[in-house]
Design a protein around this ligand. Structure first.
Ligand code: GLN
Ligand code: ZN
Length: 757
């Protein structure tokens, strides 16, 4: 049994990769030095995998930005607007596609399946693609000559690549397959000539919901590719879910099939056990969670391996992570600041590869050969499991009473609306903002000073209060109807709450790549989540004390907190969401009790957590809606609950959005050029709604007329008495002047609209 890896984090232990990219972009690093720096990082990554005893080490998974962009540029798929004229695109063109230039807008970027990694969307134009460089081959040669590593080149599979691309119609799909097939063939032939044994072809698209015709296309692709280079062995790799067409997939003419046995809901294992596995193929057994941060239950995995071994001979199994380790931080060994109980239960990329190697050894020489490591691992999991952080009595009690926890508001939408009108008597088309105002360098540096202890709590609080006061004044001057306090005290909408709720931990170095050089450091939800003390009451109440206008309280919702964190693996995500919801409910109630009448619970991440399988979508939506409602349903009718979502495709999920039962929802709309409005066309939405009237991602100040057009457009579909006027999202990334000018125009456009409707 061999140990194998599917991909390694690019960013380096100290985010050297990010720093190199940014230094190069800003002109501080010359191109040559940049290449040298990236090569050093790449080789270090490979060396580490070798030292950890991994038999099959992936090469070519490293990137200068994103592996889909690499694949597109390798095939010369570069949009004409970048002035490309064929040949190998240079580094400037590569980064122009990723980041845009003054002349040409960047290619779109979107989420990689259900992860928080974003890839650059290839744009197919009617030009013949060409092989401009054999990247997998270059990577293979480098690993071999520099380190003596016989690597396994990784490429993105043809079908996945096409399905993630845009710029073609359904009818053109097959012709694009035919255009790309020879190029894939050439890549493989050259690898074959080089003497490469295995090639990993990633086809994660095979775990999404495909129809039978699509599966036939996949079979056609691999029939063809198998003939191109019969001398290389193809490992067809899937991940993130179970494959639906198990029989067809394992029958493809390749030498190995990689399956995810962690995120498959048990279905891949069931399929292997019930339907068997071809005797001439290798099974890439994804047994170590490539997306979570926890040590594995190795004893249980050894049992799974035994079950697999009933169907697949041991020498036909690769033990591997469930997917590329791109999605986890580099090394938990660095986290010396964490409580030992927690730290020892963590496994980041480095620790995961140790587990992979250990399992391969255990499977080969029997569990006794790895007994002491098994014991240590089991002990660390148990210690965390038994720790007080996972045994908070009150949380458990509340969870056992979940069925009787209220998740329905007292009054219906209409009664609530009347109560709100009576309470505030807001004008038609009320104006508001989404929560944050500019986070200026001054604000950030004050927070730093406070964190470092250079500023006292009192000093920092006074500073935050001054900001709030300034902006309450500005909102009054601008003539907005519903105010916010401005979120000056928050650096990040999840971290802020995580730091105040029990059950969360923050790493020093737990970074993962989100897109390009941007890395995020998700909190780790390791214990029971519990409310300990009010989190937002002081600032909100202070803001409200300065004005007669309603000030909206501002919280991040349970599902967003969940989806933007690493989550404990001993409970379902659903249960953890309910724990967070109940903790946040205490905050909602505390705000209400302090006289705050409007409370916004942001849920920008609901949509992105949708399962990859269509048939599981509704179940997910049902529990996310329930979590939101557990959090927001105990307030009085007079209290108005708001929610906010960034841009998402609301098609098909609008029922669930409505089921959140928020009195008012605001959604990012301008960026999608009003497309979203169409989703509401055929739907009777009966609550308050604000479809963003200007883009907050751009420094451009929208003109009154444009905003007026956005309002008109929305009011063709929605009733004036349900419509709210707000920007797309929070304004924290904007400059002061832009913010004021944009909001002034927004208010003016609203006043004009009020005359009309
Ligand atoms: N209230 C948050 C803000 O205004 C919402 C951010 C978001 O939707 N991502 O910044
Ligand atoms: Zn938003």
């Amino acid at each position: 049994m061999k140990s194998s890896n599917l991909g390694y984090p690019r960013i380096g232990e100290k985010r050297e990769w990010k720093k190199a990219l940014e230094a190069y972009w800003s002109g501080k690093l010359e191109e040559e030095a940049f290449h040298a720096e990236l090569k050093a990082i790449r080789l270090r990554n490979l060396k580490k995998q070798k030292e950890q005893g991994i038999d099959c080490i992936p090469v070519g998974d490293f990137s200068y930005y994103d592996h889909i962009l690499d694949t597109a540029t390798m095939f010369g798929i570069v949009p004409g607007r970048f002035g490309y004229e064929g040949g190998k695109p240079d580094l400037q063109t590569y980064y122009a596609m990723a980041r845009g230039t003054r002349e040409a807008t960047a290619c779109a970027m979107t989420k990689w399946f259900n992860t928080n990694y974003h890839y650059i969307v290839p744009e197919l134009e009617d030009r013949q693609p060409q092989l401009t460089a054999n990247r997998p081959l270059e990577a293979y040669r480098e690993a071999k000559t520099e380190l003596g590593i016989e690597g396994r080149p990784v490429i993105v599979g043809l079908y996945t690549f096409l399905k993630l691309s845009k710029g073609y119609t359904a009818e053109e799909l097959e012709s694009w397959i035919d255009r790309l097939l020879p190029l894939y063939g050439q890549v493989l032939r050259e690898l074959e000539t080089e003497g490469v044994e295995w090639v990993q072809i990633d086809e994660p698209i095979l775990v999404t919901t495909l129809d039978q015709d699509e599966m036939k296309l996949v079979a056609r692709i691999y029939d063809k590719l198998a003939k191109e280079a019969p001398g290389v062995k193809l490992l067809l790799q899937t991940y993130f879910e179970a494959v639906d067409y198990y029989k067809e997939v394992v029958a493809l003419p390749v030498h190995g099939i990689g399956l995810d046995f962690v995120h498959d809901g048990g279905r891949n294992l069931k399929a292997v056990r019930e339907l068997g596995f071809p005797s001439d193929k290798v099974l890439g057994a994804g047994l170590i969670d490539g997306r979570g941060v926890w040590r594995a239950d190795l004893t249980e995995i050894l049992e799974t391996l035994n079950k697999l071994a009933e169907k697949v001979p041991a020498d036909h199994i690769f033990v591997q992570p469930s997917c590329s380790l791109l999605h986890v931080p580099v090394s938990a060994a660095q986290e010396q600041g964490l409580e030992p109980t927690l730290r020892e239960a963590l496994a980041f990329a480095g620790e995961k590869l140790e587990e992979v190697a250990l399992l391969a050894k255990g499977a080969h020489s029997g569990p006794d050969a790895i007994r002491s490591e098994l014991d240590t691992s089991a002990r660390s999991r148990q210690t965390l499991q038994q720790s007080p952080s996972r045994n908070r009595r009150q949380v458990h009690e509340r969870m056992t009473e979940l069925a009787s926890q209220p998740s329905t508001r007292q009054g219906n939408v209409q009664t609530r609306r009347e109560a709100h009108q009576k309470r505030w008597n807001l004008p038609l088309l009320p104006t508001t903002t989404i929560g944050s105002f500019p986070q200026t360098p001054e604000i950030r540096s004050s927070r730093q000073k406070w964190r470092k202890g250079e500023w006292s709590d009192a000093q920092y609080e006074t500073f935050i209060q001054e900001q709030i006061k300034t902006w309450i004044g500005l909102q009054a001057e601008l003539g907005l109807d519903v105010f916010v306090h401005g979120e000056f005290e928050r650096n990040d909408m999840v971290e802020f709450f995580g730091e105040k709720l029990a059950g969360f931990a923050f790493t020093a170095n737990g970074w993962v790549q989100s897109y390009g050089s941007r890395c995020v450091k998700p909190p780790i939800i390791y214990g029971d989540v519990e409310f300990t003390a009010p989190m937002t009451v002081t600032e909100t109440v202070y803001a409200q004390s300065l004005t007669a206008a309603p000030v909206k309280g501002m919280l991040t919702g349970p599902v967003t907190i969940l989806n933007w964190s690493f989550v404990r693996d001993d409970k379902s995500r659903e249960e953890v969401a309910y724990q967070i919801a109940l903790a946040l409910r205490d905050e909602v109630e505390a705000l209400e009790a302090s006289g705050i009448g409007m409370i916004q619970v942001d849920e920008p991440a609901i949509r992105e957590g949708l399962p990859l399988k269509r048939e599981q979508g509704q179940q997910y939506l049902d529990w996310t809606v329930r979590a939101f409602r557990l959090c927001t349903s105990t307030v009085k009718d007079e209290t108005q609950i708001h929610t906010h979502m960034c841009y998402s495709d609301f098609h098909n999920i609008i029922d669930s959005i409505s089921a959140l039962d928020a009195d008012v929802i605001s959604i990012e709309t301008s960026r999608s050029h009003g497309e979203l409005i169409e989703s509401f066309e055929a739907y009777t939405y009966d609550k308050g709604i604000g479809l963003g009237v200007f883009d907050i991602h751009s420094p451009r100040v929208p003109q009154v007329e444009e905003i007026g057009l956005m309002i008109d457009r929305a009011l063709r579909v929605l009733a004036p008495d349900q419509f709210w006027i707000n920007p797309d999202c929070g304004l924290k990334t904007r400059k002061y002047e832009e913010t004021i000018a944009s909001l002034r125009n927004m208010v003016q456009a609203t006043e004009q609209a009020r005359e009309k409707y």
